[in-house]
Design a protein around this ligand. Structure first.
Ligand code: NOJ
Ligand code: CA
Length: 697
């Protein structure tokens, strides 16, 4: 049974009524064809004017995407380009709710109307393609569906012609694509007409206040899409490529990833959208109770600030003694995981972009995996594994099963992977044994990451890739794909030059985070780490201007604002021990949520989220601002009516300022109810974090 058919069987009575109306319309198409979102606010129009397949999107009567092309080109074969007509279209509708094993909310509603449009070459009935549109109240997804057909078996895609005509004066927030540092760039706010090329998610704001964001969902066996400027304000899909220049190698029948446009009347509405997840297939792994959302600590920041090294030289971090110290700290403070980087042979060599030097099963002599795993287990803690590949993907694939088996035998349930190599520098060994260099967002890496995730699932291991392929919601299908990096994270505040600016975390929720969870690694308490004298002469620190450009309270707010089911307490144990009062919030905050609500926000200015714990009646609130001080008035109407709560508030003090008084923080308790408005004063690059628990607990 096709997915569409099984969906139809689950329709509610109301949707059946809609369906019967639609069924009457299923016929040889009169063009253009149209469909609207369940609430009627979004309208997609598909046409074949002058033989060109095109779509456009209107929202509340305003044109968001002007008529934009559809189609693709193939190597050595005729593609789907000009001279096509719409020959039929079908509509359908669905309204169902599904449950996430973990996530920012337990239940997700998938309510959409669908339009399936069949195109055929005017002069050759054998050449056909279809485009499926799904319209939700929070946006649109569409994908190409290419059936089996005469003379089209194996195909090599040389261009995807999809365009997005957004208007040159539309404000945009984006990072460049095709640059060496992959997705790790500072966001720019510019008119869309000035964007040359950009990774997705790229987010836009119309002068009407309407916001929308372009990305993709279910990126499987295809290459990643970025946007390339065709004309100012008009972008085309730019697919990453193989080393031989082909963009995608596939065969009919196939479907492309969904091209997505999330739409909201305001900025915060984007943050409440489940569109990307709804366009992914349901869980294929079955019982995933072994995937454990949790907080973790680790041997990590000390390498980034040069207190220690990954390799044996100059000063090894992952020693038995040091790992035990972290395990004790984790056990004392209720952390379930301890990440250990620099445990395996290879770091001493020239590994950056050259991971062939790594063994994933041979430990350094001063790191005893079995003994440490046992030590951790006795204390209710698990080691979090680490596989830095230096971008040597084939080399890693050859070892990964053994590596996962070793970790599984030692109680490891989560592995962080890494692909530190310049973009375009991923090493692949081809069938003939020849070394090729591939892109991090190529079809090769899209497939590699999924191979790793599927292999890890056999060993009940969850994967958290750094320098990853971007997230397109595949955690729904493979819930052991637990988080990833894919943006500038906290590490840039150790050595970034420049570090992340104050507005960075006020932009991430509206861009990178729309794709899915990020392993940002919040919670740095020593906000000027590079001011400390070096531990040794041969371990000079980075420039002191590299530091988190935030207040202490903002570091706490990040645990709520930047969603991830695994959250690191990234700083050194001694820095937490110096500030036990602020540390209490990190100890308390959960990482798995029953519900999440974006309450307020403007891109690059401020943002506030409320989230309800999945395992208690507690609510949490996180708010942060850019370099400007501001006061947020937050309605507490998310709390249960008629219930009194203790609010434990961690907020910037009256003189707080990220540059001059970053540690000025007030911790206070109040009894509150859902009827109140809470005023939160935020300092320059400040924040607030609040825990609410019922007084009747
Ligand atoms: C880059 C990752 O983002 C970082 O977290 C890790 O410590 C280093 N690579 C080394 O693997
Ligand atoms: Ca990184």
């Amino acid at each position: 049974m096709s997915a569409a058919r099984s969906r139809l069987l689950q329709l509610t009575a109301a949707a059946f009524w809609l369906l019967s109306m639609f069924a009457a319309q299923t016929a040889v198409a009169q063009t253009p064809v149209q469909v609207s979102s369940p609430d009627g606010e979004i309208v997609v129009t598909v046409s074949d004017d002058s033989g060109n397949a095109q779509y456009k999107i209107d929202y509340r009567g305003e044109q968001l995407i002007a008529p934009s092309r559809l189609g693709m080109r193939f190597k050595d074969q005729e593609g789907f380009e000009t001279n096509f007509e719409i020959v039929a279209s079908e509509v359908a509708s669905a309204d169902e709710t599904w449950e996430q094993p973990w996530g920012e909310r337990r239940f997700v509603r998938d309510h959409h109307n669908e339009l399936y449009v069949k195109f055929r070459a005017i002069d050759n009935p054998d050449r056909r393609f279809a485009v499926r549109f799904r319209l939700f109240d929070d946006g649109v997804g569409f994908r190409y569906e290419i059936g089996k057909q005469k003379k089209l078996g194996k195909v090599e895609i040389t261009d995807e012609l999809t365009q997005f005509s957004v208007g040159e004066n539309t404000t945009s927030w984006s990072i460049p694509s095709g640059e060496f540092n992959r997705y790790e760039y500072i966001y720019s706010e510019t008119p869309a007409g000035q964007v040359q090329d950009a990774h997705t998610p790229i987010t836009f704001k119309k002068s009407s206040g309407v916001h929308f964001s372009i990305h993709e969902a279910a990126l499987v066996n295809y290459s990643g899409m970025s946007l390339q400027r065709l004309r100012p304000g008009t972008f085309k899909a730019q697919l990453s490529r193989w080393s031989d220049g082909v963009l995608v190698k596939t065969k009919t029948p196939f479907v492309t990833p969904w091209r997505t446009i999330q739409i909201s009347p305001d900025a915060k509405g984007l943050l409440n959208s489940d569109l990307i997840l709804n366009l992914n297939e349901p869980n294929k792994l079955g019982d995933v109770s072994w995937v454990e959302p949790a907080k973790y600590v680790g041997i990590w920041w000390e390498m980034h600030i040069r207190d220690a090294s990954w390799g044996m030289k100059p000063l090894h971090g992952a020693t038995n003694e040091n790992v035990k110290r972290y395990i004790d700290f984790a056990a004392r403070n209720g952390f379930k995981g301890i990440l250990v980087e620099g445990w395996n042979v290879g770091w001493d060599d020239n590994w950056f972009g050259n991971g062939k030097v790594f063994s994933f099963t041979t430990t350094y002599p001063d790191f005893d995996l079995a003994a440490l795993a046992a030590y951790a287990e006795e204390r209710g803690v698990r080691i979090i594994g680490h596989h830095e590949t230096g971008g040597a993907a084939t080399h890693y694939e050859r070892q990964m099963e053994d590596a996962f088996a070793l970790y599984e035998a030692n109680g490891v349930r989560t592995v962080k992977t890494g692909y530190v190599a310049d973009a375009g520098g991923i090493q692949r060994i081809d069938d003939k044994g020849v070394e090729r260099f591939e892109w991090h967002d190529s079809q090769f890496m899209v497939n590699h990451h999924l191979n790793v995730v599927k292999a890890a699932a056999k060993y009940k291991i969850a994967i958290n890739p750094h320098e990853p392929i971007k997230d397109t919601g595949l955690r729904r299908t493979y819930p052991n794909w637990i988080a990833r990096e894919g943006a500038r994270g906290q590490e840039f505040n150790a050595w970034g030059t420049p570090p992340n600016p104050p507005e960075h975390t006020a932009i991430l929720p509206f861009t990178r985070m729309l794709a899915g969870p990020m392993d940002f690694t919040p919670g740095i308490f020593d906000l000027e780490p590079n001011k400390k004298p070096p531990v040794r002469d041969d371990m000079q620190r980075s420039d002191p201007s590299n530091r988190p450009q935030t207040t202490l309270a903002k570091q706490l707010a990040l645990y709520i604002v930047l969603y991830s089911p695994i959250q690191m307490a990234a700083d050194l144990p001694e820095n937490y021990e110096k500030r036990p009062d602020a540390f209490q919030f990190i100890k308390d905050v959960p990482t798995d949520w029953e519900e999440s609500i974006a309450i307020a926000g403007e891109i690059g200015d401020f943002v506030a989220f409320a989230r309800k714990d999945r395992n208690s009646d507690d609510w949490y609130l996180g708010a942060l601002t850019d370099e400007d001080t501001r006061e947020l008035e937050i309605s507490l109407d998310f709390l249960n009516q008629g219930q009194a709560y203790v609010a434990e508030i961690y907020r910037d003090g009256d003189n707080a300022d990220w540059k001059t008084r970053p540690y000025d923080m007030i911790i206070e308790q109040r009894t509150v109810t859902a009827d109140e408005i809470m005023t939160l004063p935020l300092a320059a690059s400040g924040g607030a974090a609040v825990r609410f628990y019922p007084t009747s607990r």
